[in-house]
Design a protein around this ligand. Structure first.
Ligand code: NDP
Length: 461
């Protein structure tokens, strides 16, 4: 029997923390969880889920236009931001209630409170001003948007925390950053009809993704009306009677109703008390953990974005589940962070798994590139100037598929299934002997017979 109040105390009821708590409780552990905001965490409350609902909302403008080519006459259309936000909020409320119910049904005790680590086994609950003890503590606090607080006028910008709750739809939007959030919201606002400009310090969006995919997506976004300013950064943001003015280092000024900063996220460790108990963190504040998600303090574990390994919801869930299986289920799990399929809900959407062309050429002597760019069937009758892009990278020596990259409708759905094949170690011959599903865009993935080119490591060096 334990001398502690709990076997496990989880700090943070986001996707990862909730999964860990429920699985541990399922193994018979006495579990509590604390959440200072809303149960569900970033992904459910102010991330992936509301974002995807807003992506859907923004796609109707194209659908109305495309419908004409299929014989429809679409009358005058209008969009009501407050109705979208209200509908989105109702859905988030529903999911929040499900999360709470699932925790309760699993026997997990929920504290709506900030929790601060006060010792290797002690957690202070701020809302109740008392300390509880636990044999193990799991830190699952996620991340928070990072802002350059030195920038003049930074107090006028919004982050992904606020963008979901704006009272009015901004007519002119400036977005800072070239990562997932910046690119996804550029698509959302442009689709909803806002004048949208993305400002990025580099020369192409989505660093880390396949080079051709980056350029393809940016070009397609330009066709949809998004404006890009590259190789520039903000020097000041001023508020005037007619809105905000962003001044860039290059001298450009941009007028906006809202300026969204999506310049990355940082692990949420501030004021958590981790330093005081000796938990090691890296330079950006990420909690250092081993393959079992254990910190250097044996009774304290950490999972998800607070550990800054691969910052994606399904990875946090996997880490949380693996932790509970290992520690409470007697089933040691070593979470595999390789070949994680992922999607960016940009417009066009990206679905990808495995190495980029740049990574493949750096790691393998000869890489065959199978590439296809075509007009999607929907665009034939709609007349829309739109293309789809696909690429398969193959190790020429072993025929193994190293990476697959898709940009266009349904790319995210494709990535999930491509992820299975690539994870299983599929060869190009496996792709080739798979019968096509016709007529789909995805069939192109099993019908590319001849490499577009063979890249050699020496030539690329
Ligand atoms: P990202 O890390 O994807 O992108 C941050 C962007 O901000 C980069 O373009 C970066 O530039 C730029 N940046 C960073 N610091 C500065 C600076 N000082 N000045 C100017 N620009 C700067 O972060 P996001 O905020 O877009 O997203 C956070 C995380 O959320 C992602 O890591 C992702 O894992 C997750 N996410 C996943 C989604 C999905 O799976 N679909 C959707 C949304 C978020 P540079 O590239 O030059 O460093």
């Amino acid at each position: 029997m334990t001398d502690f109040d709990y076997d496990l105390f989880v700090i943070g009821a986001g996707s990862g923390g909730v999964r860990a708590a429920r699985i541990a409780a399922g193994y018979g552990a006495k579990v509590a969880i604390a959440e200072e905001h809303r149960v569900g965490g970033t992904c459910v409350i102010r991330g992936c889920v509301p974002k995807k609902l807003m992506v859907y909302a923004s796609q109707f403008s194209e659908a109305f236009e495309d419908a004409e080519g299929f014989g429809w006459s679409v009358g005058e259309t209008s969009f009501d931001w407050s109705r979208l936000i209200a509908a989105k909020d109702r859905e988030i409320d529903r999911l929040n209630a499900i999360y709470i119910r699932n925790l309760t049904n699993s026997g997990v005790e929920l504290f709506q409170s900030r929790a601060v680590v006060e010792g290797p086994h002690e957690v202070r609950l701020s809302a109740e001003d008392r300390v509880v003890t636990a044999r193990l503590i799991l830190v699952a606090t996620g991340g928070t948007p990072w802002l350059d607080t030195e920038l003049k006028g930074i107090e006028h910008v919004i982050t992904s925390n606020e963008v979901f709750y704006l009272k009015d739809m901004p007519k002119r939007v400036v977005i800072a950053g070239g990562g997932y959030i910046a690119v996804e919201f550029a698509g959302i606002f442009a689709g909803l009809g806002a004048d949208t400009t993305l400002v990025y310090r580099g020369s192409e969006i989505l660093r880390g993704f396949d080079g051709e995919v980056r350029t393809f997506v940016r070009t397609e976004m330009e066709k949809r009306g998004v404006k890009f300013v590259f190789n520039d950064v903000f020097t000041a943001i001023d508020k005037g009677p007619d809105g905000l003015t962003a001044t860039l280092r290059g001298g450009t000024t941009l007028e906006a109703d809202q300026i969204l900063f999506a310049t990355g996220r940082r692990p949420a460790v501030e004021g958590l008390g981790l330093e005081a108990v000796g938990v090691e963190m890296d330079a950006v504040g990420a909690v250092k953990v081993n393959h079992e998600s254990r910190t250097n303090v044996p009774s304290i574990y950490a999972i998800g974005d607070v550990t800054n390994r691969v910052n994606l919801t399904p990875v946090a869930i996997r880490e949380g589940h693996g932790f509970a299986d290992t520690v409470f289920g007697g089933k040691p799990v070593h979470v595999d962070h390789t070949l994680i399929p992922t999607a960016v809900f940009s417009q066009p959407e990206i679905g990808t798994v495995g190495l980029t062309q740049e990574e493949a050429v750096a790691a393998f002597d000869e890489v065959d590139v199978y590439r296809s760019s075509f007009r999607p069937m929907l665009a034939t009758l709609s007349g829309r100037d739109e293309r789809m892009f696909m690429k398969i990278l193959v190790d020429a020596e072993t025929d193994k598929v190293l990476g697959v990259h898709v940009a266009g409708h349904g790319a995210g759905e494709m990535a999930q299934l491509l992820g299975i094949a690539v994870k299983m170690g599929a060869t190009k011959a496996d792709f080739d002997r798979t019968v096509a599903v016709h007529p789909t865009a995805a069939e192109e993935l099993v019908t590319m017979r001849t490499p577009s080119e063979r890249l050699r490591r020496d030539a690329a060096a």
